[in-house]
Structures are given as structure tokens and as C-alpha cells.
Design a protein around this ligand. Structure first.
Ligand code: PAP
Length: 342
């Protein structure tokens, strides 16, 4: 990936939330577990969720967030792909990887990494680097510029992420489709008779009680930052990629500091990336059909679980019109005045 031009460094954000250190950042491994036990926790999702700084996390994830705050050292050249779960992380990872590495990995090459490795494993999460078989020390050993991912709310990203001017690409999705995708994922992972019902998941989601939720707060923080600093945060929606993936590929390339050349434009490189990363192409590959990763705690995530339907509007097959309208109303109210709409 070519070096993106350096963004202007800064020490504070419009919200003042992005640069705060916290005493919890220095927790040792032992006191970290003890600290988590002292936080509010609530049952409902297959794994109980723990509230930290107004967001909800399962235990593994919160441990990862706290470790990342302690051990992850951002670099100015880092590009971070930020999402809430089920908003299209896998897709964004594939697109950004293909765009950023196209000078090294020819898009049509028979040995392109996306043909043999899951997009989730090509771009490691900051807070769960183990998914890609790495720990924070190994993330530190990756050469710059690094392409990384996170589900962390903006306010929990390491303060240096912002003071160094790292670039962030945020992807969100219609909350109704996000919820439906989440419910299917939870029930696939649980693999027992503890299946969560749509009604229960819906009620919790509407209360703002969902993994990495409240949904609207997570989006809103990144949205405001993207409005204030478009050179630092690129805000995307799943639906807009679906509508015109090649257009988003071009935007991504420019934002990452590797814009498409005139020659690439005329050769249809944007479409080539879109096709390589399409749901149809990725789901046909063996690597995305077999295998998986053991996350511990009896959680095994098969590679295929990150691909279900890949559609816009599937919510209508799983919740009533009234439920859809209710969730829309809640989200509209929460986002009112921000300019962000779904
Ligand atoms: P994560 O946030 O848990 O890491 P994420 O990739 O966001 O995973 O969630 C999977 C969703 O993205 C699935 O949506 P669905 O349940 O509504 O179908 C999955 O199908 C969708 N997805 C994965 N890859 C693609 C792709 N290439 N194109 C479109 N959608 C995709």
C-alpha cells in the first residue's frame, strides 16, 4: 500500500471524546479481569453483555478492548476499518485490502490472497488480533502502512489514533438488516437450543442493548467526526456499496492515498475490485466455505458464518412492518439533527 499523505495532526476532537486516556488503560492482565467483574452486566443475548463507558460488550471482547487500550500502538500511516458487527465488515475488509495492495497483488493473479484467505483474516482486528493468529506484539511487527479493523466505538480507540491522524473508514448499515444479520449469527454460533427469538432480540436492540451498542451512538460518533474531518474519517453505508460498488472502490482508493490512475480507470480496475470482492465471488471460494477459528469460551466461528444473504432489505422477511417502523422511529429520534439518516 502506498503511503497516504499525512493528515494534519491534532490533539482534540470537536466532541473532546476521542483523545481521552483513562485509568483503565494501565490495568494489568490480572486486574483487568477483576475490573470487568466489577462492571454492570446484563443477560439476554446468548452471552451476557457488560457495560463499559456506556457501550455493551461480551466478556472476550471487552478484555480485548482493554488490552488494546494498553498494548496497541497506532502509527500515523495506519488505516483502520471501523464497523459495528454485521454491518459489512467482511466486505469492507476485502475491498480495502484489494484496493490497498493492488500494486503488490495483481487483481487477476491466480495467487491473489483473497482467493485463499478469508478477508477477516487478512485484516486483523485491533481488539481481537488473535483471530488472525496474532497478538498485539505481532500487530506491532507488521510493516507500515498497516490495514487494521475494529468494532470499537470511536471514543474507545486509543487516543493516539486521533492525535497521530490515522485514517478511519467507517461502514454502517440499516439497523433493521444489521439486527437480522446479528440474530442469525448469534443463533448459528450458539448451535444449541438456546436460540434467541426475533422478538427478544428486537426488544433489546431497541433499548440500545446489543453487542457494541447502542447502535445509534456507535454510528453517530463516527458520523460527526466524518463531518468535522472528512480527510480523517470516511463514512460509508452498506447500501451505497451495494448500489454502486465500483464508485465506492474509487472513493476508497482516493481516501487511502492510492487513487486510481487514468489508465486504471480506463481498464475498469474499480469494477475488477468490486467483482473480486462480491458476495457471489467470495462465497464460491473454498476458503470461505470451510474451516474457522476457535475463539475460546466454546465459541467456534466457521469461515462460512460471515456470509449469509448479503442483501439489502432482508429484514422484511424476519420482522413485521410495525416492528420495522418502530425501529426506524427510534433510530430517527436518536439521530435527529445530525444529518445521518438510514
Ligand atoms: P462482522 O462484523 O461480524 O465481522 P460482517 O461481515 O459485518 O461481520 O457480517 C456479515 C454480513 O455481511 C452478512 O450479512 P447478512 O447476514 O445480512 O447476509 C454477510 O452476508 C454480509 N457480507 C459478507 N460479505 C459480503 C459481501 N462480499 N458482499 C455483501 N455482503 C457481504
Amino acid at each position: 500500500m502506498a503511503q497516504p499523505p499525512a493528515a494534519a495532526p491534532r490533539t482534540s476532537s470537536p466532541e473532546g471524546a476521542t483523545t481521552q486516556s483513562s485509568p483503565d488503560d494501565a490495568l494489568s492482565e490480572e486486574s483487568l479481569k477483576e475490573f470487568i467483574t466489577s462492571l454492570p452486566s446484563r443477560e439476554g443475548w446468548p452471552q451476557p453483555l457488560i457495560q463499559y463507558k456506556s457501550y455493551w460488550f461480551n466478556r472476550n471482547m471487552l478484555e480485548g478492548v482493554l488490552r488494546a487500550r494498553r498494548a496497541f500502538a497506532p502509527r500515523a500511516e495506519d488505516v483502520i476499518l471501523a464497523t459495528q458487527p454485521k454491518c459489512g465488515t467482511t466486505w469492507l475488509k476485502a475491498l480495502a485490502f484489494a484496493v490497498a495492495t493492488r500494486s503488490r497483488h495483481g487483481l487477476g493473479a491466480p495467487d491473489h490472497p483473497l482467493l485463499t484467505r478469508h478477508p477477516q483474516h487478512l485484516v486483523p482486528f485491533i481488539e481481537i488480533p488473535g483471530v488472525a493468529g496474532r497478538d498485539h506484539a505481532e500487530l506491532g511487527a507488521l510493516p507500515s502502512p498497516r490495514l487494521l479493523a475494529t468494532h470499537m466505538p470511536m471514543s474507545l480507540l486509543t487516543p493516539e489514533t486521533w492525535s497521530l491522524g490515522c485514517r478511519v473508514v467507517y461502514l454502517c448499515r440499516d439497523p433493521k438488516d444489521t439486527l437480522v444479520s446479528r440474530l442469525h449469527f448469534e443463533n448459528m454460533v450458539a448451535q444449541d437450543d438456546s436460540a434467541l427469538s426475533m422478538e427478544d432480540a428486537f426488544g433489546m436492540f431497541c433499548e440500545g442493548f446489543s453487542p457494541k451498542g447502542p447502535f445509534w451512538d456507535h454510528c453517530l460518533d463516527y458520523w460527526k467526526e466524518s463531518m468535522a474531518r472528512p480527510d480523517t474519517v470516511l463514512f460509508l453505508k452498506y447500501e451505497e456499496i451495494k448500489l454502486d460498488p465500483a464508485r465506492v472502490v474509487k472513493m476508497l482508493a482516493s481516501f487511502l492515498g492510492v487513487p486510481l490512475t487514468e489508465e486504471e480507470e480506463s481498464c475498469g480496475v474499480a469494477q475488477e475490485v468490486a467483482t473480486l470482492c462480491s458476495f457471489e465471488k467470495l462465497t464460491r471460494l473454498q476458503v470461505n466455505q470451510v474451516g474457522g477459528v476457535d475463539h475460546g469460551n466454546k465459541v467456534y466461528i466457521y469461515n462460512s458464518m460471515f456470509y449469509r444473504k448479503g442483501e439489502v432489505g432482508d429484514w422484511a422477511n424476519h420482522m413485521s412492518r410495525e416492528m420495522g417502523e418502530k425501529l426506524d422511529r427510534i433510530v430517527q429520534e436518536k439521530l435527529q439533527g445530525s444529518g445521518l439518516v438510514f
